[in-house]
Design a protein around this ligand. Structure first.
Ligand code: F6R
Length: 242
C-alpha cells in the first residue's frame, strides 16, 4: 500500500483527481469505479476543472458506481445517481450509456445485482476504483460483518452509517435504511484502488484499516491484501499513523 499524506482536503482532492485523470489519459477507455459521499466532492470538482481545461477526456470512459440507496428513484436529489450527475457527469463529456449505477428502484434485486457484476466482468473489470471509508470501516456499503460478502448485494445500513449520512438529509428518518452495494470481491478485483479520507473523524478507522487485523469486522482492512492500493489522506485523517 502506498500512503500519501497531504496538508489539506483541497490537496487530497487534487492528488486524487490527478491520479484519475492520469489513468484516463493513459487508457482512454478506462473502466472507473466511483464513490459518492462527502469525501470525493472536491476530487470531482477538480476533474471537472481539468476537463474544462482540456486536460482529460471522458468520451471513452465507462463508470460503475459502488452503491445506491434502496429504494430510491434516480430523480430524487438524495440518490447517488443524482449526486453523480450533479458533481461530475453533467459537467464532462461522458457518454450516458457508459454510466452504471445500481438501480435503486429495481424490482428484482437478485437479477439487478447479478447483471451489475456481469456487466463489470464483461467490460473487462475495473481499472481504477475510487473509495471513501465509513467511520465503521465500510467500503461501498459493505458494513462490518462476520464474513466478507462477495458480489453486488442488498445491504441493511448500520445505525452508524445512517447517522453519518443524515447530515445530507433534512432528518434522520429520511435516510434510506437499505442500499445496493458492490461486494468485496468485486472491489478487490479492481486492478488499482485509490482510497480517500479526510478529517479527524476518520483517523481511528484509518489506523485500524492500515495496521489492524484483517477482519470483516473492519471491511476496509482487506485492502491490506490488495497489491495496488493508494491511500490519500489529509493531515487530520492521518493523525494516528504519522
Ligand atoms: C459512497 C460509499 C461509502 C462512502 C463512505 C464515506 O459511495 O460507498 O462507502 O465512501 O460512507 O462517506 P463520506 O465521504 O460522506 O464520509
Amino acid at each position: 500500500m502506498r500512503i500519501i499524506v497531504t496538508g489539506t482536503y483541497e490537496e487530497m482532492s487534487k492528488k486524487a483527481a490527478t491520479l484519475v485523470a492520469s489513468q484516463v489519459n493513459l487508457k482512454p477507455n478506462s473502466i472507473l469505479g466511483l464513490a459518492t459521499g462527502g469525501t470525493p466532492v472536491g476530487m470531482y470538482r477538480e476533474l471537472v476543472k481539468m476537463y474544462q481545461e482540456d486536460e482529460v477526456d471522458f468520451s471513452g470512459v465507462k463508470t460503475f458506481n459502488l452503491d445506491e440507496y434502496y429504494p430510491i428513484d434516480k430523480t430524487n436529489d438524495q440518490s447517488y445517481y443524482y449526486y453523480m450527475k450533479d458533481n461530475l457527469f453533467n459537467h464532462v463529456n461522458i457518454d450516458e450509456e457508459n454510466i452504471n449505477i445500481p438501480n435503486g428502484k429495481a424490482k428484482d434485486i437478485e437479477t439487478e445485482c447479478y447483471e451489475y457484476d456481469k456487466n463489470i466482468y464483461n467490460s473487462g473489470g475495473i481499472d481504477l476504483q475510487v473509495l471513501g471509508i465509513g467511520t465503521n470501516g465500510h467500503i461501498g456499503f459493505n458494513e462490518p460483518d462476520v464474513t466478507f460478502e462477495s458480489g453486488t448485494h442488498k445491504v441493511t445500513l448500520d445505525d452508524e452509517t445512517i447517522k453519518a449520512n443524515s447530515r445530507f438529509f433534512d432528518s434522520i428518518e429520511e435516510v434510506p435504511k437499505e442500499a445496493i452495494s458492490m461486494g468485496m470481491k468485486t472491489i478487490m478485483q479492481s486492478k488499482k484502488i485509490v482510497l480517500l479520507a479526510n478529517g479527524e473523524a476518520k483517523a481511528k478507522i484509518i489506523e485500524k484499516m492500515l495496521f489492524g487485523e484483517i477482519s470483516p469486522n473492519v471491511p476496509a482492512s482487506i485492502l491490506q491484501l490488495h497489491p495496488h492500493v493508494i491511500v490519500i489522506l489529509d493531515k487530520e485523517a492521518a493523525k494516528y499513523i504519522e
